[in-house]
Structure formats: C-alpha cells, structure tokens
Design a protein around this ligand. Structure first.
Ligand SMILES: [Zn+2]
Length: 448
C-alpha cells in the first residue's frame, strides 16, 4: 500500500496533479475508460495501482467512485523514477514511494535528491533506476476475459502430480549446505543435484565455468544439467532452470548462506518438475538446469548461453522458464510475478491463462520490465524466456541472511511454491508436447 503525504497547497498553483487509484477489481473496460477519461492527460499502470495525471483540481473527476490511495498535488513528471525492488533491508532508497507492483516501485524524488544523486539515478538508464514513459504499463494484473479455458486431462494429471511436500523436503536438504559460490560446500549440493537427476534417468553433465573469486583471480564452479531427450523432436529444447548457489549479506562471505528461499526453493522446483515430467514422454527435449554464480552476477546462466552460442545449439532452444524465490508468501493470499520482454507477451499470457485454469487461487502480475536473475542472459540472446517469482520476495525478512532457513520460508511455503510449480508444469508440458507414456508406447488405456 503506498504511503503518500498530503502536501500543503502552495500559493502559486502548479498546473498538474496526480492521483493513485486502486484498480484491483476493475475490469479491462473500466481500466481503458479511466485511462482515456477527458480529465486524464496521461497515466501509468503498476499492477493494482493506476497513476492518473491531469489538471489541478480536475483529475479526481476521472475516477470519482474509486478508492484514491494517494495524491500528488504538485506533480512534476520529471521527478518520477522507477526503482527496482531489492530486499527488505534496503531502507535508504531516495525519494517518496508513490506506487509499487511486480518488482518495481514508482518514487518521487526532490530536486535535491536528483541533483545529488548518482548518475544511474539521474539518467534513469541503469538496471536499478529507470525513467518513466507516459501512458505505459509497467506491470499489470492479469484479468481473465470471458470463460476460463477448460483443463486438458493429461496436463491436469501432471499438475496433480506436483508433490509440494517432496519439493519442500528437497528445499530443506539443499538448505543444509552453505552454497556460496566461494565456499567449500557448494560442491556437496552439486553432487546431490547430480544424484537426483541421475536417479530420474536424465543424461547428466556438470560443465565448469570460471567467475571472479572473492579474493581476486578466477574460480571454477559448475552448472548442473539434466537432459531428458524428446521422442519426436530431440533437437527442440525447453529449458527449466534456477540457481542453486546462495549468498548472505556480505557478498564475499563464504559461510552461513543456507539460501532456503533464495534459491533452494527454485532449484528444488527444477528437481520436482523433472520428477513429474519424466513419468511422461515429451516430444521435445527438456534441459533441467541448476546454475551456480547467480548471486555475483548471473555467471552460470551467462556461461550456459555462451556455450550454446559456441556450439551452435542456441537455435535449438524453443523456450526457457526460470524460477528464483518461489516459496514465500507474507500471507495466505498467493501472488506471483511472471516477467519477460514485451516481445514475449504471448508467452506471459500463456502462464497467466495456465494459472487461471489450473491454479485459480494464484493472483498473477505480469511485467515486461525484467531484471536481475537467470532469465536475463537468455532474453538478451533473443530467447523466449520468463522468470517466475513470488510477489512478496521483497518483504522476505531473511533475504540474503544466515537465517534464510526452511522454517523461515513460513507456513505458506507449500501453497506458494506449489502454485508456481503447478502453473509452470502446465506450460512446460504444453511446450514440450506431453503424452501419457503408456499411450505413447502404443497401449490403449483400458476402458472404464
Ligand atoms: Zn535468487
């Protein structure tokens, strides 16, 4: 919920003011009407919040029957910036919070803050700070139009096969190791992931790559790849990935990084999706991947993309799903963000519609302003890629902390993680072309 002060009205009235309106339960038609209201000069949409800018004293007429969450009486668009949401401990962010949704917050900066700010904030082109464009949607709540699509019986079987207790047990096992890319225990977790993949019958490799060490120089660490070869189109690949390394507050530290939520949750999710999917025979190949070196700069996923480019295999990649922090929900209200580039809007919608059909309790926010996880190297290489992340990640109290342990992921962990895993498996099953294994082997299912 944004907190906006009500400043005193200055003597010389500025021309524009802005309001933030609660659009949680607005449908698409109403949303369009608000944006194009005669009293609105321009707008910004952030999930459940709509910023409307108009003439002083007039803009409230654009939404007379909506809850106004806040108002900026003296509105200057040049002072607005988008800020990428980090962790809860980042308390010194400049500016005043105006609205927030889907990994972004809109902040209003004073002239003093802008003039003394680092370049990244000033020019708005860094990963952390971005300038705004009027009439743009930063993130949006998915609103099903018309009837929700009926469930496909085979995909429903896969969705029902996701075992959240098993997933949480794997999360807990992984959190038993300090998985800093600089530490000595990362190799134990790597070996354990390889064992899991081998037990599922995947073809397993653990390619080495180098990244900067904590004390200068280079270190060698490994991604883990488990390949399940497709029956019809083995050279068409779907990638399902998440990083298995972790960190604590000190980036260079080598200890006390259990990383239960960040990101044993996503890595265990990759293993759980593999476990369910191998009971079926996909037409296309699936690469199940756990990356190292994510926390220091996406080194594992960058190394994988580079190896795909070098081998000429990049063209085989049809789609990528990455998961980073999928198990925490601050309350029993389940919210997830799916993000990609706007090029892949249809892909984002595929996840939103899958959630509507198979996980209707999940509230979905979509974003075309991605940053900061293993989806980025694939997106930058032109691949259809998406990140799935819980919406409440920025309020997780144990982010990058030695207390990021399984118990702290909290009482909603299995519901939250399960919602993202079920949505993801529904899409991956569809992308990979899943058939029931018995049916694919030529045996007709017996009559009831
Ligand atoms: Zn992470």
């Amino acid at each position: 919920m944004p907190i906006i002060d009500a400043p005193a009205i200055p003597a010389n009235l500025p021309q524009q003011s802005a309001i933030v309106v609660d659009i949680r339960d607005a449908d698409s038609a109403e949303l369009a009407a608000r944006k194009h209201d005669a009293h609105v000069r321009w707008w910004l949409e952030l999930g459940d919040q709509l910023l409307l800018v108009g003439d002083r004293g007039q803009v409230r007429k654009a939404a007379p029957d909506r809850d106004v969450l806040g108002e900026i009486v003296d509105f200057r668009s040049e002072n607005l910036r988008l800020h990428a949401l980090g962790c809860v401990r980042e308390t010194a962010t400049p500016g005043r919070l105006i609205a927030r949704s889907g990994r972004w917050e809109l902040r209003e900066l004073s002239e003093a803050e802008l003039s003394t700010a680092p370049d990244s904030l000033h020019d708005g082109h860094s990963d952390e700070w971005r300038e705004i464009e009027p009439n743009s949607t930063i993130t949006w709540r998915y609103r099903p139009e018309g009837a929700v699509a009926a469930a496909d019986p085979t995909i429903q079987t896969l969705v029902d096969s996701v075992d959240t207790g098993r997933w949480f047990a794997d999360l807990s096992t992984l959190a038993g190791w300090d998985r800093s890319s600089y530490g000595s225990q990362l190799a134990f977790s790597r070996a354990w992931i390889e064992t899991r993949f081998n037990a599922l019958g995947l073809s397993v490799s653990a390619p080495t790559f180098t990244m900067p060490g904590s004390g200068g120089g280079q270190i060698s660490v490994n991604n883990v790849i488990g390949r399940w070869t497709g029956t019809e189109y083995p050279d068409q690949w779907i990638i399902v990935g998440g990083h298995y390394d972790s960190r604590n507050a000190s980036l260079s530290s080598t200890i006390n990084a259990p990383g239960a939520e960040d990101n044993a949750s996503g890595c265990a999710g990759v293993i759980e999706l593999a476990r369910v999917l191998v009971a079926f025979e996909p037409e296309r190949s699936i690469l199940f991947m756990c990356y190292a070196g994510e926390e220091q700069g996406l080194y594992g996923s960058k190394a994988h993309v580079q190896s795909l480019q070098a081998s000429g295999d990049l063209a085989k990649v049809q789609a990528v799903v990455t998961m980073d922090m999928i198990g925490y929900s601050a309350d029993s209200h389940l919210d997830a963000v799916f993000e990609s580039y706007s090029t892949w809007n249809a892909y984002l919608n595929q996840f939103a519609t899958a959630a509507a059909t198979y996980v209707p309790e999940l509230h979905v926010t979509l974003s075309t302003n991605p940053f900061g996880s293993d989806h980025m190297p694939y997106l930058q290489a032109g691949k259809r890629t998406l990140l799935a992340i819980e919406s409440d990640y920025d309020s997780y109290p144990f982010y990058h902390d030695s207390a990021d342990t399984p118990i702290h992921v909290g009482p909603n962990a299995q519901a939250m993680g399960g919602a993202i895993l079920k949505t993801s498996i529904a899409v991956v099953a569809d992308l990979a072309g899943i058939h029931d294994r018995i049916f694919a082997n030529g045996f007709e299912p017996s009559a009831p």
